[in-house]
Ligand binder design. Structure first.
Ligand SMILES: C[S@@+](CC[C@H](N)C(=O)[O-])C[C@H]1O[C@@H](n2cnc3c(N)ncnc32)[C@H](O)[C@@H]1O
Length: 222
């Protein structure tokens, strides 16, 4: 009796997993061929979206990031936490499709930067910079022009105040119509970050409950 129930549960679980994989594959098969730039990027094996992205942004969030870049047409994106480059690949898709703009991706851990640099070599719109973290765990970096899109997916969660202080650090550099994307809003610590920056800077917030959940933060327009 128990064995049969376990077998049934295992079959249901396996069926669900296979269904999800095939849905993602079919959607990709449909979407990617329509975008030559995405095709070029994914053919270069940046990322296999049918596999889990581990520490990277969720595949659903990658589509969202590309969409936001297409909509906002940022001239400067600062990507916090290069890691293995999932968020960066999504930003680059949007920038290449827009035909203008550049990305500076910040990595504090010298272990990851060379891996990502090798992947993105030759794509001049994206530069990966190794920068130390300050004592408050924000990236020690100042951009040379206003930031139109700040993507915050680093530093890692273990550096608890890192993302909050990163947003505080970059706020003076955010352009008037600039936006901040904060990933991992399914975690309590990021929810607290949103509450704090909304209170401190009077930002407006939109939450996208997909992937690891993402907040889009913008200055209130007068
Ligand atoms: C959430 S990860 C950044 C992921 C990146 N934005 C992406 O979408 O691929 C934040 C930081 O975690 C660190 N890290 C630690 N272990 C990692 C791993 N296995 N893969 C990627 N990043 C890792 C890196 O320093 C990275 O900058």
């Amino acid at each position: 009796m128990i064995i049969k129930r376990v077998q049934r549960k295992a079959k249901e679980w396996l069926g669900y997993k296979l269904w999800r994989i095939s849905v993602v594959r079919r959607l990709l098969a449909l979407a990617v061929p329509y975008c030559p730039l995405c095709r070029a990027l994914f053919n270069r094996s940046f990322i296999d979206l049918t596999k889990k992205t581990g520490w990277g942004v969720h595949p659903q969030s990658m589509y969202l990031i590309t969409h936001i870049v297409r909509q906002h047409r940022p001239q400067l994106i600062v990507d916090c936490g290069t890691g293995l480059g999932h968020s960066l690949a999504a930003e680059l898709c949007g920038i290449l499709a827009n035909g203008s703009g550049r990305i500076i991706s910040l990595e504090h851990d010298a272990q990851y930067a060379p891996i990502a640099q090798a992947k993105f070599r030759g794509w001049n719109a994206a530069s990966i910079v190794v920068v130390p973290l300050k004592a408050n765990n924000a990236y020690d970096f100042e951009p040379d022009s206003p930031i139109d899109l700040l993507v915050v997916d680093g530093p890692p969660m273990a550096l608890t105040d890192g993302r909050l202080n990163t947003i505080r650090h970059f706020m003076p550099f955010l352009s008037e119509k600039g936006a901040i994307l904060l990933d991992d809003l399914d975690r309590e610590i990021e929810q607290q970050v949103v509450q704090t920056v909304v209170a401190e800077f009077g930002l407006q917030v939109e939450v996208i409950p997909e992937g690891h959940h993402m907040a889009i933060l913008k200055k209130r327009q007068q």
